[in-house]
Design a protein around this ligand. Structure first.
Ligand code: OOG
Ligand code: NI
Length: 468
């Protein structure tokens, strides 16, 4: 079967490349951003052999140039159910639940991404996928109209669904099926400059929420950004204006640190693009729509529940005290404050590990393997590290942050979009619509850490037995 069939990692790699090519052709600023990020990454690696060695050790160096995430917004439960089946062909599975209603955005989301370590090393392509929550729209007539427009659309080509069924029954696609699958799947994510509604319907949807208009007025869930991974986000942010790109006022997430944690992100404003609306009476059909933007991110270590709790507390305390205006007022006091408050967050790998704040991948050192042959191993993990038997590397955070995601949504929606929905997370309904439960990201990181430790200890033990 190996020869005839494509594996899911290959299909995902093919798809993420095709998606990037399509977006680059459609949004030239994305291409500019890719170039800037590649330059900054090369420079960062040149200046920091230590970072370079650590990325090499964790297998992240190879994936860096292909690494990116995208985002889409879906309209119905059926679309969410089918997109899960489509992503499964590419080895991408729903991880995490993000409730964005708390931030005034009427959606809830998950991220489709690879889960196995080997798959992540190959190409960690992720798609942040949101589902519209029509029940949060107050106007019941508009809600019904939106629901009926959405019910009538088909965001997948019949052929791509055929391939999904083949995959589900056969367990794999042949190489030629895989290529055709990627071509067909791309259609779902394509931009449509023709709306499926007329201008007055669009305006009504837009008044309910700009996001509602974005989701309901088009043939499909156009990819709204693709984000490359930068090793130094501050340098990329500083370099953006020089390339004619205006970034948002502040970088979302934790402050700059020696030991990066979680995820830092910044974006540039969505483009206003010409749209042809459907003809209706004597109304004009020409208009515009703003949806697509650019974003960059820098990824750091995955935090344990304990580490995450501290992060959430510190971030909330800054956001409570310093509000950033839509035009960026207060940005600098926000940054100073953020840096100050995060001084209580250990900024040292050894401390992050010993205090149980972050996840690490363990491996046996060459010296450890050699000295293991000469006697008993130290009994505790801390001693094994102290005495140089084991080394550890940060496990990269592969997921998203709800507060940051809300900030990214907001910066592209403009000030007028501050809505207050009664905060009501509805994970159970989301999972019902999705057709499966989402994976718990903390469990995935904990498992990766444990597997590495068990493997490293086994290696040390067998080095000892071999010499006994
Ligand atoms: C998704 C925004 C969230 C991120 O990186 O946190 C996101 C959207 O605007 O659809 O992409
Ligand atoms: Ni994003």
């Amino acid at each position: 079967m190996a020869g005839r069939h494509a594996n899911s990692d290959d299909i995902r790699d093919l798809f993420s490349q095709a998606m990037s090519d399509m977006y680059r052709a459609e949004v030239p600023q994305y291409g500019t951003l890719l170039e800037l990020v590649a330059e900054v990454n090369a420079e960062t690696l040149r200046n920091s052999p230590k970072l370079c060695a650590s990325l090499e050790q964790s297998g992240e160096l190879d994936r860096l140039s292909v690494e990116r995430h995208g985002a889409i917004r879906l309209g119905t439960a059926r679309e969410l159910f089918d997109i899960r089946r489509l992503f499964a062909v590419m080895g991408m599975h729903p991880v995490g639940y993000y409730d964005l209603s708390v931030a005034g955005v009427p959606v809830h989301s998950t991220a489709f991404r690879p889960i196995a370590e080997e798959a992540l090393r190959r190409n960690p392509f992720r798609v942040f996928t949101s589902l519209l929550r029509l029940e949060l729209i107050e106007d019941s007539a508009l809600r019904a109209e939106a629901a009926s427009i959405l019910a009538a659309r088909r965001i997948f080509t019949p052929r791509v669904l055929d391939f999904v069924r083949v995959f589900e029954t056969e367990g794999a696609l042949t190489h030629s099926e895989a290529e055709a699958f990627v071509r067909e799947a791309l259609e779902t994510f394509r931009w449509h400059s023709e709306a499926t509604v007329d201008l007055s319907a669009y305006r009504k949807l837009h008044r309910a929420h700009r996001l509602v208009a974005d989701i309901v007025s088009f043939k499909g869930p156009h990819i709204n950004h693709l984000t490359p991974r930068a090793l130094d986000i501050d340098a990329v942010q500083a370099g953006m204006p020089g390339r004619g790109i205006v970034p948002k006022a502040v970088i979302e997430g934790p402050p700059r640190r020696q030991c990066p944690v979680l995820l830092r992100q910044t974006s540039f404003k969505a483009l206003e693009e010409p749209i042809i609306f459907r003809r209706c009476a004597d109304e004009t059909t020409a208009g515009t729509h703003t949806a697509r933007f650019g974003e960059i991110e820098q990824r750091g270590v995955a935090l344990t529940a304990k580490g995450r709790c501290l992060y959430d507390q510190l971030l909330a305390s800054v956001r409570r005290d310093v509000q950033i205006g839509a035009a960026g007022s207060n940005a600098s006091s926000y940054e100073t404050d953020l840096l100050e408050r995060f001084s209580s967050f250990p900024d040292d790998w050894a401390q992050l590990r010993s205090r149980g704040r972050a996840f690490f991948r363990y491996s046996a050192t060459a010296a450890g393997l050699a000295s293991g042959r000469r006697g008993a191993l130290p009994p505790t993990l801390d001693e094994l590290i102290e005495k140089g038997f084991l080394q550890f590397e940060p496990i990269v955070y592969e997921d998203f942050l709800p507060v940051s995601a809300a900030g990214i949504f907001q910066s592209n929606l403009g000030t007028e979009e501050q809505r207050n929905y009664e905060a009501q997370s509805n994970r159970a309904q989301f999972e019902l619509d999705l057709g499966v439960a989402v994976c718990d990201e903390l469990e995935l990181y904990a498992r990766a850490e444990k597997t590495s430790l068990v493997g490293a200890l086994k290696q040390l033990e067998s080095a000892k037995t071999a010499s006994a």
